[in-house]
Design a protein around this ligand. Structure first.
Ligand code: ADP
Length: 345
């Protein structure tokens, strides 16, 4: 499909370039032909004048007048050469423009091609993730429907499990919608001056109930920095990191959140004492739908590998950087670097 579009685009480039080139050639040809005519006419007039006023020309010069100054063959030859030269120039331009246009069309289409490839990958990843739980849900419901000896409590149990699956599917579709929302080009987001301390405090408050279940406590050390950003997405980012820290930490551990300023940026770190991330997983951790083997094996943790991909989109939108350091069994540390704008403090 892209090869066909590339050829079409090349043809259009060629048509435009050749239209310009041929038009210029016609104009140049006309001007040159007129010049040749003018030259021939003035030569003829000069010759006629000389012939008419032969007696006025001093004797010693008379012999030098060539018998035939005006050579029609020479003029015809000049015309032919001009035509040939212009044709040669146009043929050269045709080949050069064809090659260059083809190259340029490839360059023009490359970002579109990458975008379409990325979208196709996204659709196939999403369909794959949706298909597994949907198939499980469907077969569990069908088996239950066929069961002639099904009791009311068994039916309620299956319904409960199905609702859990539907909840997971709902969170998957919410995650997908979120990621699409953040990836939208030219999206208008309201950026305002925010108190980093406030946003983090609110995010911690929202995950507190979850942490309490595992007796996980928080240690926060956030100076009162002002940061320019979108409050909704920033708290979403912090909740993703805090939620992961809780999910992948054992009971009775500590999660610390700190912020400090370094040359024009603010560094925010989220450090946990959880299971950690293996070195081989670290480069892929922000990829969509990526989950480590240890997370996959714990089905109750139920993530789809979208959280960190969304986190990365939010950090990118704020022109920041996010990185992770971890040692298996010793916890993970996520560090975000946000530039401090002129208005931030
Ligand atoms: P999920 O919803 O599966 O948690 P994420 O994108 O948030 O998806 O995380 C991707 C993977 O990164 C997780 O499956 C988990 O393996 C790993 N991970 C993320 N945060 C942590 C953490 N704090 N400690 C250990 N592993 C983590």
């Amino acid at each position: 499909m892209f090869e066909k579009t590339r050829l079409t685009l090349t043809t259009w480039y060629l048509i435009i370039i050749m239209l310009v080139s041929v038009s210029f050639s016609i104009v140049i040809r006309e001007v040159l032909m007129r010049e040749v005519d003018r030259f021939a006419r003035s030569q003829r007039l000069r010759l006629e004048y000389r012939i008419q006023h032969e007696e006025l020309i001093p004797q010693e010069f008379r012999l030098r007048i060539p018998p035939q100054v005006l050579d029609p063959d020479l003029i015809a030859e000049t015309r032919r050469r001009v035509n040939l030269m212009l044709m040669g120039v146009n043929v050269t331009i045709l080949f050069l423009a064809g090659g260059f246009g083809y190259f340029l069309a490839g360059r023009t289409l490359r970002p579109i091609r990458e975008m379409v490839d990325e979208q196709n990958r996204f659709i196939s990843d999403a369909s794959h993730e949706l298909r597994t739980p949907l198939t499980a849900l469907k077969s569990s419901l069908e088996v239950t429907r066929r069961d002639k000896k099904l009791t009311l409590s068994e039916a309620k149990g299956v319904l409960g499990e199905s609702i859990e699956e539907v909840n997971k599917l709902q969170s998957l579709s919410d995650g997908l919608l979120q990621i699409i929302q953040y990836q939208k080009p030219n999206q208008k987001m309201v950026f305002e001056l925010l108190s980093l301390k406030e946003v983090i405090r609110e995010s911690v408050r929202r995950v507190q109930a979850l942490a309490k279940k595992k007796n996980i406590s928080f240690k926060t050390d956030i100076p009162d920095y002002q940061l320019k950003g979108n409050s909704y997405s920033l708290s979403e980012l912090f909740i993703i990191l805090l939620d992961n820290a809780i999910k992948y930490s054992p009971e009775n551990t500590l999660i610390s959140v700190q912020a400090k300023k370094t040359d024009g940026s603010v560094l925010i770190t989220f450090k946990d004492q959880g299971i950690g991330i293996a070195e081989k997983d670290l480069p892929h951790i922000f990829d969509r739908f990526y989950r480590t083997d240890s997370a996959r094996s714990k089905s109750d943790q139920g993530g789809y590998g979208l959280g960190l991909a969304i986190a990365k989109e939010i950090v990118d939108l704020h022109q920041g950087l996010i990185k992770v350091e971890s040692t298996v069994g010793k916890g993970a540390t996520f560090t975000i670097r946000f530039p401090l704008s002129k208005h931030s403090s």
